[in-house]
Design a protein around this ligand. Structure first.
Ligand code: PEP
Ligand code: MN
Length: 357
């Protein structure tokens, strides 16, 4: 159910509707838009009585949302969600595309710094790096854990780059939330509902990667889990799905980008690294992702890919990233979008961003 407030509704009237929803045993989600505020209603106690709310002052109408996903839906919020990173000019979901790059795993201070320096020089605004790695084999490199988070905090300090890193479980989540700017939920965890809920209780952006065999609706439902906890700063990510194709590691399903844009106000970025698994295919698919309307790219870059402890085959060299960046900027321009070169730090703030839509 969705309560649409009148454009002239006062903050007190919005609050009164929220209080009433709460009194009825449901959770209100006020979602301010350009024209008016809508209040999403979630809860698992069955249906709410429409008449209880329709008569309240400031209410325009009460609508039943028929889709299984509510808060992620464009029916609830027409305008695109734009996520801001306080103290910087970086955004995700606005006119500017978010450029996120870095190694699959943080392997050492030297490796991380060398790569971060290169991607900052190329113009990226965000640094990615795994501290906790979800590996198919328990004997493969599992990540440096908190030490890697500390290295990334230093990179943030040194280059201004905002940090994106994965939380593989709720234990890692608390630490990741302390150090990072964006919590990544990996493909293998896209349906780990307790982890999604826990990320929803953090008040910072969450990047939800599409599961290896997840449908569009399942991806949106994963985002709904995060939002249902009151965290509206969610970014979706297409990273390739399993098909019978064997010339790439996964099949990058770029058609999901316009499909998401029709159904949801959330930003969607593309990962052409896991999406192809092959270094020579990363840049062509990155270009295609921008052309299809992605809100950003997350790309694996390594200063010495042949020495990488994870995903070396799909990691591109720093000079290749520079070229990718330039080409994608040109394509973005044709579509009246823009890629900022580098991150501007406007003020010094703590590691986390505030919750806002
Ligand atoms: C990663 O980003 O390094 C990663 C493990 O991604 P995914 O969850 O998409 O496999
Ligand atoms: Mn990887």
């Amino acid at each position: 159910m969705l309560v649409v407030m009148k454009p002239q509704a006062t903050p007190e009237q919005i609050q009164a509707v929220c209080d009433q929803i709460q009194n009825l045993g449901f959770r209100p989600h006020p979602l301010p838009g350009a024209q008016r505020t809508a209040i999403g209603i979630t809860g698992n106690q069955g249906q709410i009585e429409r008449g209880n709310l329709e008569e309240l002052p400031g209410v325009a109408e009460v609508i039943r949302v028929s889709k299984p996903y509510k808060l992620v839906s464009r029916d609830v919020k027409e305008e695109n969600t734009v996520i801001h990173f306080p103290g910087t000019d970086a955004t995700i979901g606005g006119t500017d595309l978010a450029m996120i790059a870095g190694p699959c795993s943080i392997e050492s201070r030297e490796q991380a710094f060398a790569t971060a320096e290169a991607i900052a020089k190329a113009g990226a605004q965000f640094f990615r790096g795994g501290a906790y790695k979800p590996r198919t084999s328990p004997y493969a490199f599992q990540g440096l854990g908190e030490e890697a988070l500390q290295i990334m905090a230093e990179i943030r300090e040194r280059f201004g780059l905002r940090i994106v890193t994965e939380a593989i479980d709720s234990e890692a989540l608390d630490l990741v939330a302390q150090y990072a700017d964006v919590i990544q939920i990996g493909a293998r965890n896209m349906q780990n509902y307790s982890l999604l809920r826990a990320a929803g209780r953090k008040r910072m952006p969450v990047l939800v990667k599409r599961g290896l065999s997840a449908t569009l609706e399942e991806l949106l439902m994963a985002a709904e889990y995060v939002m249902s906890e009151g965290n509206y700063q969610v970014i979706l990510c297409e990273r390739g799905i399993r098909t019978f194709t064997d010339h790439t590691r996964n099949t990058l399903d770029l058609s999901i980008v316009p499909a998401v844009k029709r159904l949801s106000h959330l930003p969607i970025i593309v990962d052409p690294s896991h999406g192809t698994g092959k270094r020579n295919k990363v840049t062509p698919l990155a270009r295609a992702a921008v052309a299809v309307g992605a809100d950003g790219l997350i790309v694996e870059v390594h200063n010495q890919p042949d020495m990488a402890l994870s995903d070396g085959m799909q990691s591109i060299y720093p000079d290749q990233y520079e070229q990718l960046f330039t080409e994608c900027s040109q394509i973005a321009g044709i579509l009246h979008r823009n890629i900022l070169r580098g991150i501007k730090i406007t003020e010094s703030v703590g590691a986390t961003t505030s919750a806002s839509l």
